[in-house]
Design a protein around this ligand. Structure first.
Ligand code: ADP
Length: 251
């Protein structure tokens, strides 16, 4: 569904993304993972046309992403960033409805969709009238997800969506998100630097370093058939630093 061919990006002569080719299968979740600064967000931004590549092409549903098509193509894409990326001066409801209202959708269809999405992401009704500063981190993220899903795009791009959350909220939202992706049959690209999260979500994992994808495959591929030592080192370095839980006393 999405084909990326030889796409590259430099900033001030420095490579952010070396020529990269990748196919994103429909209805599947692809995780981009790697250390900070390795080009994950750059690749994601190129996929939605937020930045222009120096070379290469992105094709969504057989149609190239160009200056002429980008506005239309963006409606096929929901984009979620850390903390939801909400406008602070708009309520949750106004944030969610913004694009649909801008596109002239009827108020009744907007309201109906927001009700559907509130149920889907389990957002309490009273949260809709609050400004982002009056929402918890998890609620902001749910609102960000509702906004991304408002036009029911086939493609969802998520840039470290759970990075700013406490571990319990993060774990709750991880399982809810996974269920939502599967239920809605979305094509998903998720950026994380957390291997556990990549393993949990990724049908395919693309491990990056220094502006390049080092290996693309399933977790099993990365574990059993690492393309190079870096793959194994990266996975090892992410193992939990916690010692095993002590046995419960007296039970
Ligand atoms: P990641 O998402 O993996 O942390 P990024 O894609 O954000 O990495 O960044 C890749 C490289 O490109 C980094 O070296 C970063 O400093 C650089 N970079 C990203 N965006 C810009 C920008 N707008 N201007 C200059 N350099 C940038």
């Amino acid at each position: 569904m999405i084909a990326v061919e030889n796409i590259s990006k430099k900033y001030s002569g420095q490579t952010a993304l070396a020529p990269t080719t990748l196919t994103l299968a429909s209805g599947q979740t692809t995780v981009l993972i790697g250390p900070s600064g390795c080009g994950k967000s750059t690749l994601l931004r190129l996929l939605i046309g937020l930045i222009q590549p120096d070379s290469g092409t992105v094709t969504i549903d057989g149609e190239g992403l160009t200056a002429q098509t980008v506005e239309k193509q963006r409606h096929k894409v929901g984009y979620v960033i850390q903390e939801g990326g909400l406008f602070p001066h708009l309520t949750a409801m106004q944030n969610i409805a913004l694009l649909a209202r801008f596109l002239g959708r009827s108020e009744s269809s907007v309201q109906q969709r927001i009700e559907e999405l509130s149920r889907l992401v389990q957002l309490p009704a009273d949260a809709l009238s609050r400004y982002p500063s009056g929402l918890s981190g998890g609620q902001r993220q749910r609102v960000g997800l509702m906004r991304a899903l408002m036009l029911d795009p086939p493609l969802l791009l998520l840039d470290e969506p759970l990075g700013a959350l406490d571990p319990i909220t993060r774990s709750e939202l991880q399982s809810e998100l996974k269920e939502i992706f599967a239920r809605l049959e979305k094509t998903v690209v998720l950026v994380t630097h957390d291997m556990g999260e990549a393993a949990y979500f990724g049908d395919t994992i693309a491990l990056m370093r220094g502006g390049a994808i080092i290996q693309t495959g399933t977790l099993e591929d990365l574990l059993q058939r690492p393309a190079e030592k870096y793959v194994t080192d990266f996975i090892r370095a992410q193992r939990s630093p916690l010692p095993p839980m002590p046995e419960a006393q007296g039970l």
